[in-house]
Design a protein around this ligand. Structure first.
Ligand SMILES: [Zn+2]
Length: 339
């Protein structure tokens, strides 16, 4: 019998490792995608991770998996997007605790004050004080209509509701949140130029010019170079424009991946062999593109452990939230128990 007891036991006790996924380390007023950890909680988390003695670099972890040499309980840390707060807050703390990490960088905002489109959209729809009462617009071929009515004026109570909303796990509590989510879903599949054209229509509707908030910018070239100089850290690819790859044809996908990697190599003068898919979005052509561009491993956002011989271009990760020490400890112990 092919799947007998021996097979079951072998797979049950097979060593597993976990890749942890961070995005931002900062103090923010709202965090609707639950991707920001405060510097204080981040330091507590690093203390717990350091005490485990199990953190290794992502290259080592993926190398071990490909050679059937994975050790149970191994952990690797990753950061997506390239926010400047990674440089200001995560880097010094990782250095303090001597923990290795990989930073997956989207390059289109490097050195600019520009916000990522989803941050600007959040600020525009959820936190603009006065918006028009009605919204009726064709966005990427779809007629969208929203009646904000009394929500057009942002009250302190409403602002609090919008700040506390977790778009990733809760249904929208009001019309502004519903509108944000629908626009996010409509804009996400688009190429960057089109995204910006549609965003301009929304700015005009809201009567707001582009005014990037400080704290939402990406790293500069110099910061990225400085980060990459520390042997603890590794730079990985995350596309030029943070494209949701699976929505695009293979030529577009390959261009996004290749140009991003080339620029990262130029800036850091180091190899860039690891990739993470923006939004964890990919399809079979993405795997083909990652294969053709010769990445050693690529990461999704699926909460899965890495095992020996895990498909290297579809490795899972566990998103880490802004948890205080006791809650993080409980979650971490759970992950370690399964490793
Ligand atoms: Zn990302």
């Amino acid at each position: 019998m092919k799947f007998g007891l021996r097979h079951y036991l072998r797979s049950y006790f097979a060593p597993q490792a976990a890749v942890l996924m961070y995005h931002r380390v900062a103090e923010v007023k709202s965090d609707i995608w639950d991707i920001t950890v405060s510097p204080e909680n981040f330091e507590y988390q690093l203390q717990i991770l350091q005490q485990s003695g199990n953190v290794i670099s992502l290259s080592e972890l993926t190398g071990n998996a490909s050679k059937n040499r994975l050790k149970s309980g191994n952990i690797a840390l990753t950061f997506d997007d390239g926010y400047a707060d990674n440089y200001h807050f995560a880097k010094p703390l990782l250095e303090k605790y001597k923990l290795p990490a990989t930073f997956f960088i989207t390059t289109s905002n490097i050195g600019k004050k520009t916000e990522f489109w989803w941050d600007e959209l959040e600020n525009l729809i959820l936190f603009t004080e006065h918006l028009p009462t009605f919204f009726s617009m064709n966005i990427n071929g779809e007629d969208l209509n929203f009646e904000l009515l009394q929500e057009a004026e942002l009250t302190p109570e409403q602002q609090q509701i919008n700040r506390n909303w977790k778009a990733c796990e809760e249904t929208p509590p009001n019309m502004r949140c519903a509108m944000y989510l629908k626009l996010w879903q409509t804009l996400r599949p688009l190429p960057q130029k089109k995204q910006q054209q549609e965003l301009q229509k929304l700015r005009d509707w809201a009567g707001k010019a582009i005014s990037p908030r400080s704290g939402y910018e990406s790293m500069t070239e110099n910061q990225l170079r400085d980060l990459s100089r520390n042997p603890l850290f590794e730079i990985g690819a995350h596309t030029v424009s943070h494209a949701a790859l699976g929505f695009h044809d293979i030529t577009f996908q390959e261009k996004e991946i290749r140009e991003n990697r080339n620029l990262l190599r130029d800036i850091t003068n180091q190899p860039v062999d690891l990739l993470s898919y923006p939004y964890g979005h990919f399809n079979t052509q993405t795997l083909q593109a990652a294969n053709q561009t010769k990445f050693k491993a690529a990461f999704t956002t699926r909460e899965e452990f890495v095992k020996n011989q895990t498909e290297p271009l579809q490795m899972g990760r566990f998103q880490i939230k802004d948890l205080p020490p006791e809650k993080f400890s409980a979650q971490f112990n759970l992950v370690q128990r399964w490793c």
